[in-house]
Design a protein around this ligand. Structure first.
Ligand code: THU
Length: 119
């Protein structure tokens, strides 16, 4: 996916790939925009691919830069991914896979809305 990245502003192509608990492969790449803040991270594309392929729960994820080394998902993407993987999602880091709960402890998630909404 890295080679499909559209990143003329950062020149930092990113590719993301994940497998769901059902064995479905989903991928994404970053897609930037002349309005810089609107750029989409590779993980955004991956989550869209997940929806397009029928949804499911992410089991393992790797995000890589052009040197082939893992990239730690940015803060926004951690929140985005949490919804579709939760604490058991394994995320590849430079020192090996770690559970998502370690990367995003005390996360806010859908259960907070159901448990604490006023209606
Ligand atoms: N980027 C990602 O695609 N995922 C990340 O988790 C970190 C950053 C992209 C966003 C931008 O297009 C480029 O990398 C430089 O920040």
């Amino acid at each position: 996916m890295l080679e499909l990245a559209y990143c003329p502003y950062s020149n930092f192509p990113v590719g993301a790939a994940a497998i769901t608990t059902q064995g479905v492969l989903v991928t994404g790449c970053n897609v930037e925009n002349a309005s810089y803040g609107l750029g989409l991270c590779a993980e955004c594309g991956l989550v869209s691919d997940l929806a397009r392929k029928g949804g499911g729960t992410l089991a393992a994820l790797v995000v890589v830069a052009s040197d082939g080394e893992p990239v730690a998902p940015c803060g926004r993407c951690r929140q985005l991914l949490w919804e579709h993987g939760g604490q058991t999602l394994q995320i590849m880091t430079k020192s090996g896979p770690i559970a998502f709960a370690t990367l995003l402890p005390d996360a806010f998630g859908p259960e907070d809305l159901t448990a604490r909404s006023t209606s």
